[in-house]
Write a protein of this length. Structure first.
Length: 165
């Protein structure tokens, strides 16, 4: 049994530790993501707390306010102060609080699925695939991954494949 398969089992066994208040204790939200086979960069820097029901996978992640930044290809991401959804191995579903601007439309990201070395982001019937190595670092509010003490620098994100489901 691999470590990534054991980690969610440990979370269930340690369920009192798997829930953190905004004051913080136990595992971080980023460590919880890793336990479900996601890279930490799915969330921006600055998570101040979270709640997780280890039995159902329902979660709330709390940021210190709204967060937005631009990515290569003309995309903009926006996170509300509270992000909710359901987490399971390789899947974040029923997402609320994360949206992407494509051209001139803001679309809600409703699901993220890990498929091998790619993450698939779903906005209704459309999806976009990104290499997982684009998410090993957490983006910063305001400047995303192109930051040098909060200032924009060179781009690190590659163009995604876009498809219909």
């Amino acid at each position: 049994m691999s470590i990534s398969a054991i980690f969610p089992i440990l979370l269930i066994l340690l369920s009192p530790l798997a829930t953190s208040s905004p004051n913080g204790n136990a595992l971080t939200a980023y460590e919880i993501l890793v336990g479900y086979n996601f890279p930490i960069g799915v969330l921006p820097m600055g998570v101040i707390g979270y709640d997780l029901d280890a039995k159902t996978g329902k979660f709330h992640v709390y940021l210190n306010g709204s967060c937005s930044f631009s990515l290569e290809g003309g995309y903009q991401l926006k996170y509300k102060p509270t992000i909710t959804g359901v987490v399971s191995d390789n899947r974040l579903s029923e997402l609320s609080g994360v949206s992407v601007k494509v051209l001139f439309l803001w679309l809600n990201i409703v699901e993220v699925v890990r498929d091998g070395d790619e993450l698939q982001f779903y906005v209704g019937i459309a999806s976009a695939n990104f290499p997982i190595d684009n998410f090993y670092v957490c983006p910063q509010c305001g400047c995303g991954l192109d930051c040098d003490n909060g200032r924009k620098v060179s781009s690190l994100i590659t163009n995604p494949l876009v498809s219909s489901a």
